[in-house]
Write a protein that binds this ligand. Structure first.
Ligand code: GZL
Length: 334
């Protein structure tokens, strides 16, 4: 497998104070790129199929908007398919893109498994497949051209290390998992477990999927808070901000203080997460940048030009844990 190339060579993560750096962290991870010519050099208008998971979170919506905006800017004919969270809809969409003879396919795979057959059809049709934000487990990694996304294990590790420090090495954690079988859920859990393994005083006492949505995150947290041992909950680790924001509502409704009685750490760094940090209800968010449009089209252009691409391009993570200024919140692009 070819090497992993970080977009921005950052060792570990930067813990930024928003009041000092403003939106630097966002610019650092946005990773600009040269705008590829709309026709990929062949003279005709590029046609690219994009199979998107759905609109489960603010992060997902921001990713969709980033891809659509870049397509419009480049004059690419983007065939957009919303899978409503269902893998079978993504497989159908990819099959349709192959039948239409699109120039390239972008895929944000809802779960890791079950892609070999349809990706083989794209490969046989010589259509490059650019994976966005989530990876796949396939028998042969030549079935896709490249993956552009974050290092979810690192994000989980950063969240775990931050929480272990915040709790002074001792506390009971409840975990809201992302979509079962998805790369972010599997890997953010793994990274977090790796981090807290070094601090035996920290343990996860409950773990359940909130499906990356606010509604489900709130519902599951309500159930956690109704359990007999709810008084022993010291912290929440949510695999994304949307679930954390839903859980924060449940914590308040149960008469407890999010951010103080129950420490809250999550991932994504959406604008509402910074509003929650400013309100003292969320303690830390690990950025996972969704603005992948420019890199996605650059990769498609490079693939169509016959260039060899790295198997994975890692979008760097940034840890935010201090109260942001209003300017910083306003300047956030998502
Ligand atoms: C991460 C992405 C995850 C986000 C969630 O790359 O796949 O899915 O963390 C989104 O907000 O639903």
């Amino acid at each position: 497998m070819r090497g992993i190339k970080p977009l921005v060579a950052l060792s570990g993560a930067l813990v930024l104070s928003m009041s000092l750096f403003g939106c630097q962290g966002e610019k650092a991870s946005e990773g600009g790129s040269t705008t590829p010519s709309a026709n990929g050099g062949s003279g005709k208008k590029l046609v690219i199929g994009f199979s998107q998971i759905g609109a489960e979170s603010a992060w997902r919506t921001a990713e969709t908007e980033s891809v659509k905006a870049e397509a419009a800017k480049l004059g690419v004919d983007l065939k957009f398919a919303d899978a409503q969270q269902k893998q079978e809809n993504q497989i159908k969409a990819v099959r349709n893109f192959v039948a239409q003879g699109v120039d390239a396919i972008m895929l944000a795979p809802v779960i890791e498994s079950g892609w070999d057959a349809v990706l083989l059809e794209a490969k046989k049709a010589k259509i490059p497949v650019i994976l966005l934000d989530r990876g796949v487990k396939v028998s042969d990694d030549s079935l896709y051209t490249t993956l552009i996304g974050s290092d979810f294990v690192n994000e989980g590790r950063l969240a775990g290390e931050w929480l272990a420090k915040k709790l002074n090495g001792k506390g009971n954690v409840v975990e809201l998992l992302g979509t079962p079988g998805s790369a972010p859920a599997n890997e953010r859990h793994k990274g977090f477990m790796d981090a807290i393994a070094k601090t035996p005083g920290i343990q996860i006492i409950k773990s359940q999927t909130g499906e990356f949505t606010r509604a489900k995150g709130k519902e599951v947290m309500e159930a956690f808070l109704k359990s007999p041992d709810s008084a022993s909950i010291n912290a929440l680790y949510a695999h994304n901000d949307d679930m954390a924001i839903g859980a924060i509502e449940a914590i308040k409704a149960a008469g407890r203080k999010p951010g103080t009685d129950i420490v809250v750490v999550s991932v994504d760094s959406i604008r509402d997460a910074f509003k929650a940090i400013k309100a003292g209800e969320l303690n830390c968010t690990v950025e996972c940048n969704p603005l992948l449009g420019p890199q996605a089209f650059q990769a498609a252009k490079d693939a169509l030009a016959g260039k060899k691409l790295e198997k994975k391009t890692v979008v760097p993570d940034v840890v935010y844990d201090t109260k942001p200024t209003d300017q910083f919140i306003n300047d956030r692009k998502y």
